[in-house]
Design a protein around this ligand. Structure first.
Ligand SMILES: [Zn+2]
Length: 253
């Protein structure tokens, strides 16, 4: 960062310093949140939660509402850090959250991502495909896999695969961008053009926009789903009041 950029940042932090919000990752306390995200008509039209232009960024470390939501849920609400015996798989790990989970000394904390050219991955991330996870059945207590399923054509197969590697009673957090005003998921695999995909699905590499049938899609692929909203309880973290958690469990059959 140049001197000019550093000065600009100091001025920005002083302008927005306050007591309304507190970032759990860097500790910065602010009176508001930074406007982030892309403004696409489809995201507005379909009222997509978890994407689009919104007041959601930490002015200091750039954390977003959806990463802070996971922190609030896993670390503060579930207090998973207290259970050192857990085996956890984190797919496409959010870097700030991953660092915190890594430091908890869980029995197992594994990170995986489908390696794509041009991207740099943290040292602890292994190359893996969520359609074919290199683990035995009933292995993990938790799978964290957020904002991944919307990129995958065979999302049902990915859900089944995540369910397979979970122990019975094991939990998964599977967040996706979801339309608040569409009953049904909108997908069309004949559309392969990046620009068309962006216009229709909100991002060049998204396969769909999920609708309110997302819960049924998870259920039909093996999960029981608990829809939870903790945005009021953890208001200080600056969560999106409309963003529900899809807390999934591998049930006893
Ligand atoms: Zn921060």
């Amino acid at each position: 960062m140049s001197l000019k950029q550093r000065l600009k940042k100091i001025i920005k932090l002083n302008l927005h310093r306050g007591t309304t919000f507190e970032c759990p990752f860097c500790g910065f306390k602010s009176r508001d949140l930074e406007i982030v995200g892309h403004d696409l008509p489809i995201l507005k039209e379909k009222h997509v939660i978890g994407g689009g232009r919104r007041a959601a960024g930490c002015y200091k470390c750039n954390s977003r509402d959806r990463e802070r939501l996971l922190y609030a849920f896993l670390i503060e609400d579930l207090k998973i850090g207290a259970s050192k015996n857990l085996k956890i798989l984190h797919i496409a790990p959010e870097p700030k959250l991953s660092k915190i989970l890594q430091s908890q000394n869980f029995k197992e904390y594994l990170c995986g991502d489908l390696f794509t050219e041009g991207y740099v991955y943290a040292e602890n991330v292994q190359n893996m495909n969520v359609l074919n996870l290199p683990f035995q059945n009933d292995h993990f207590d938790y799978v964290i896999c957020n904002h991944v399923l919307e990129h995958i054509e065979e999302d049902g197969k990915a859900m089944k695969e995540i369910c397979r590697v979970l122990k019975i009673g094991g939990k998964a957090v599977l967040q996706v961008p979801i339309s608040n005003n569409s009953a049904m998921t909108h997908e069309d695999f004949t559309i392969v053009d990046a620009k068309k995909r962006a216009a229709l699905f909100g991002q060049f590499d998204h396969m769909r926009i999920y609708g309110q049938d997302y819960v049924q899609r998870l259920e039909s692929n093996g999960f029981t789903v608990n829809k939870i909203n903790i945005s009021v309880k953890y208001k200080k973290f600056g969560l999106n009041p409309e963003e529900d958690l899809f807390f999934c469990e591998k049930p006893f059959h």
